[in-house]
Design a binder for this molecule. Structure first.
Ligand SMILES: C[S@@+](CC[C@H](N)C(=O)[O-])C[C@H]1O[C@@H](n2cnc3c(N)ncnc32)[C@H](O)[C@@H]1O
Length: 341
């Protein structure tokens, strides 16, 4: 008997169900992973973040404990690299990795637990309870939270569902409910017939919970996306509904569910208001990426004609900085910061 699932329910199953992409071991990684993230490129992103955490700790009056909650922590790469580069806030820091997928959560805990900081770090499947003083952060989490998809038709908005049988999954359009119609009409009033938009309610709810956790602090989100949902309505859906598998994009999200990641460019107008938005390139520049790489740049410039092993390592770090700030790639990601209290 075929079952009819709303797109977000289908995506939830395809990523996090018993045979879901993440449960079967899909993960980010520069070489053996399915897609690359800033975190997996190397440790430069984490070093910038560690500096940000130190500065924020001072700005908040050096609280103890200073709690850092990382949403979508995966296998613990960012946590491990941040802990290796922390400055003065180190003694006050408690780091909570939040990872929905049990196997990744255990892997993250084991990886960090092998170091000397075991008692300061926890890996849990959901956001902890507050109130806390500190920072909630997430890199490429919101794009991975299941979203709904609406299509503008001649007689109003319809919602994408997926009819699934043992042999196939096919798309079915169903008249959208009143709430979804009202949201779609407000977010993309000019959408033409055939235009599609995502409704990222789970991302909005996650953000509200993250903001509600803190009595004082910052919520810091890194992700690809757009300012306004209406921008997505003007583009082909295959452009913003992205799939990744073995470092390639473009896999049909309905084919072989569980074998590819399914994500969506984040529409920042669907998140709680009040964030300061900057590009990742600008944020990293303000966070000191140029200062961090100045020494290796000088070394590379000195020895590029006859590079030593050390100079080649310097070159790798410079390449990492270029990729992180590339205006056509990671540099164009958005960084959204909410300040609380
Ligand atoms: C695209 S990966 C990013 C991993 C890591 N932040 C990075 O930048 O490499 C998204 C991660 O978020 C996790 N995730 C999805 N929904 C989650 C939720 N509600 N709470 C915590 N983690 C979640 C996924 O299992 C996956 O490990």
């Amino acid at each position: 008997m075929p079952e009819l699932l709303r797109f977000d329910a289908y995506m939830d199953e395809a990523l996090y169900g018993a045979s879901g992409f993440y449960v079967r071991g899909g993960h980010p990684g520069a070489r053996e992973g399915d897609f690359v993230t800033s975190v997996e490129l190397g440790s430069l992103f984490a070093r910038c973040l560690a500096g940000y955490l130190d500065r924020t700790w001072h700005e908040l009056g050096r609280p103890d404990p200073f709690v850092v909650v990382e949403g979508g922590a995966g296998r613990g790469t960012l946590c491990s690299d941040v802990l290796a580069h922390l400055g003065e806030c180190r003694d006050a820091l408690r780091y909570v990795m939040v990872e929905r997928v049990a196997a990744q959560c255990s892997e993250a805990q084991a990886r960090i637990g092998a170091g000397a900081v075991e008692q300061l770090v926890a890996a849990v499947p959901d956001l902890p309870s507050g109130p806390l003083v500190g920072v909630v952060l997430a890199n490429e989490l919101l794009d991975n939270l299941p979203f709904r998809v609406l299509e503008r038709s001649h007689d109003g908005w319809q919602e994408v569902h997926v009819q699934r049988s043992e042999s196939a999954a096919v798309e079915v359009l169903v008249a959208a409910g009143a709430d979804a119609v009202n949201m779609a009409a407000a977010l993309a009033p000019e959408a033409g017939v055939g235009a599609r938009i995502p409704l990222q309610l789970r991302a909005a709810v996650w953000m509200r919970r993250a903001l509600g956790l803190l009595s004082r602090g910052r919520v810091l989100i890194f992700d690809y996306g757009v300012h306004r949902t209406a921008e997505l309505a003007a583009r082909p859906p295959a452009d913003w509904l992205r799939t990744y598998r073995s470092q390639r994009r473009g896999h049909d999200p309905l084919r072989e569910p569980g074998t590819a990641d399914i994500t969506c460019e984040v529409a920042f107008d669907q998140l709680p208001p009040g964030a300061a938005l900057s590009s990742q390139a600008d944020w990293l520049s303000a966070a000191g990426i140029d200062t961090l790489t100045a020494g290796v740049r000088a070394m590379w410039d000195r020895s590029r004609a006859a590079p030593t092993a050390e100079a080649l390592a310097a070159r790798i770090l410079l390449d990492e900085a270029s990729v992180l700030t590339d205006p056509d790639g990671f540099g164009a990601f958005w960084v959204a910061e909410w300040r609380i209290g």
